[in-house]
Design a protein around this ligand. Structure first.
Ligand SMILES: C[S@@+](CC[C@H](N)C(=O)[O-])C[C@H]1O[C@@H](n2cnc3c(N)ncnc32)[C@H](O)[C@@H]1O
Length: 495
């Protein structure tokens, strides 16, 4: 039945008053209204028909309900168009393919690729990744989409090689023209509390705009040539967290975060540090990402001594490094905030996995820089952080502070060179604490400033430390955290 419907012109204009295009809320309401009416029609249709006709293989009540709505002029966004659809947001979920037609996201009931003619060329407007073809999702932002035609799973006739025509040609043209393609993904859901196959059903989520990056031909399991299109999601769109098959009650997680940068460290950290912004259009300040402190020219990072422990440094009585921190092994217990921590290091015989080398292995958690409502940028972790874990070093240029020169003072300045630490905000009730650590040199005037978890920290909670906390070593060297009135990026003083 739907083939006949598809042949009809999709041009019926809604007879309800259409909101102005710049009236965002009005447009969203308009779309929602159309969807509500469609769902009501579908429910009535299902109630009217007895279960016997429902069993008929070819009866598609979802499509029939959409046709009723079309007759009444109750469809919206009826003209095919490229790009976003007014009133439809990334992450919006639809109960069936016909609902995509109702809102104008994808007008075809069956075909996966929809296209339109523009300047004499056909261009793809949208694709539905329904899972019927062997489409492959390598990462949330990359989709390999199989072309249409000749698939023996849906076409019982003898399978034929796919041809570069209709939807396939449209996707190729979209690649050449660089036009955006809407992607709608089918996801499997289950009735709450069950995982039985028969209780699963498919819904469709609008995943946003993609560009076609490349295409090629592959020989598939039935021996026929199929087209493969590699699509890449346009950056700057809200992120969708896709789970495995979901309970009916759980929505795919959509946040309003726009990704400003996929990795602010530009590959220098062990794992990427994403920058996201759900507040305004600001981008993070330009600076040179460094994983290590930059010392002044005169400074030599030398270390004398070190331990000879060949079997770990757990025995605090025999490890000279551990002995220097009064026999308290690293950060396992509450350490006096003024203590300088001596970690084992370059001149030690113990292995790099020694328990007294906690803060030398770079970041361990998926940190994310995000825009806060009132404090500029902040840092959070996308995963759970157990208490006392190492978070990051505060990296910057070690500058000699002229004002405090008499007191041989230094400042770690992260304005031009720094790491993720430069974005961590202040709090009087923080979840992080700072420690002065020595591991690669002996100069107690310029220890590393390391941040650790004060408590167990759930995912997505902002990480903060007390800028005004005073930490120092037994020689009287102190670290004073950055003052709140300092320009962003200027780091804690060491005075
Ligand atoms: C080390 S930076 C932290 C990152 C900073 N928020 C940014 O946008 O780059 C220190 C600066 O952040 C701001 N800041 C940090 N914590 C704050 C807080 N609790 N309230 C208001 N501003 C804060 C202040 O401007 C401070 O000088």
């Amino acid at each position: 039945m739907d083939k006949t419907l598809e042949k009809r012109k999709v041009s019926v204009l809604p007879n309800r008053k259409r909101p102005r295009v710049d009236d965002k809320d009005g447009v969203i309401h308009h779309v929602k209204e159309a969807l509500d009416q469609y769902r009501e029609t579908l429910t009535k249709l299902l109630q009217k028909h007895d279960s016997e006709s429902y069993q008929q293989v070819c009866w598609r009540p979802d499509i029939e309900a959409a046709m009723c709505q079309r007759k009444k002029g109750n469809l919206v966004n009826t003209r095919k168009q490229l790009g976003p659809i007014p009133g439809v947001k990334v992450g919006d979920e639809f109960r069936n393919r016909a609902e995509l037609t109702v809102v104008g996201l994808h007008h075809k009931f069956r075909h996966g690729i929809e296209y339109m003619k523009k300047d004499g060329k056909i261009l793809a407007t949208s694709i539905v990744n329904s899972g019927r073809y062997a489409n492959h999702v390598a990462s949330p932002d990359i989709l390999t989409y199989s072309g249409e035609g000749g698939n023996p799973r849906v076409d019982p006739k003898k399978p034929k090689d796919q041809r570069l025509e209709r939807g396939n040609l449209a996707l190729k043209n979209s690649m050449e023209e660089g036009t955006h393609v809407r992607v709608i993904r089918g996801i499997n859901r289950f009735e709450v509390g069950t995982r039985a196959k028969k209780s699963s059903f498919r819904t469709y989520v609008y995943d946003g705009l993609y560009i076609v990056e490349s295409f090629w031909q592959e020989r598939e399991e039935f021996g026929k040539l199929v087209f493969k299109f590699l699509l890449k999601r346009i950056s700057g769109q809200p992120i969708i967290t896709w789970g495995k098959a979901l309970d009916k009650s759980k929505k795919p997680m959509v946040s309003n975060d726009i990704v400003c940068k996929n990795d602010i460290s530009e590959g220098k950290e062990k794992m990427p540090i994403r920058v996201v912004n759900a507040i305004d259009r600001a981008s993070p300040p330009a600076f040179n990402y460094m994983c290590n402190v930059i010392y002044p020219d005169f400074f030599k990072t030398t270390r004398k001594g070190g331990c000879g422990c060949l079997h770990g440094c757990l025995e605090s009585k025999s490890c000279p490094c551990v002995m220097k921190i009064a026999g308290v092994l690293s950060y396992n217990t509450t350490i006096d905030t003024k203590s300088l921590v001596y970690e084992c290091g370059t001149t030690c015989k113990c292995s790099s996995s020694c328990k007294n080398r906690i803060s030398q292995h770079g970041i361990q958690f998926k940190l994310e820089v995000f825009r806060t409502k009132s404090k500029g940028w902040g840092v959070r972790s996308r995963s759970y952080i157990p208490q006392r874990s190492f978070i990051c070093e505060y990296v910057g240029e070690i500058l000699q502070d002229k004002q405090v020169k008499q007191r041989r003072g230094f400042v770690i300045d992260a304005t031009r060179h720094g790491n993720v630490g430069r974005f961590v905000s202040h709090s009087c009730s923080p979840n992080l604490f700072a420690r002065s650590v020595l591991h690669d040199h002996d100069d107690v005037r310029i220890p590393h400033m390391m941040l650790f978890a004060e408590k167990n920290i759930p995912p997505n909670q902002e990480l903060t430390y007390d800028y005004n906390s005073i930490v120092g070593d037994s020689n009287g060297t102190t670290i004073r955290q950055a003052l709140l009135d300092k320009p962003s990026g200027v780091a804690p003083n060491i005075i």
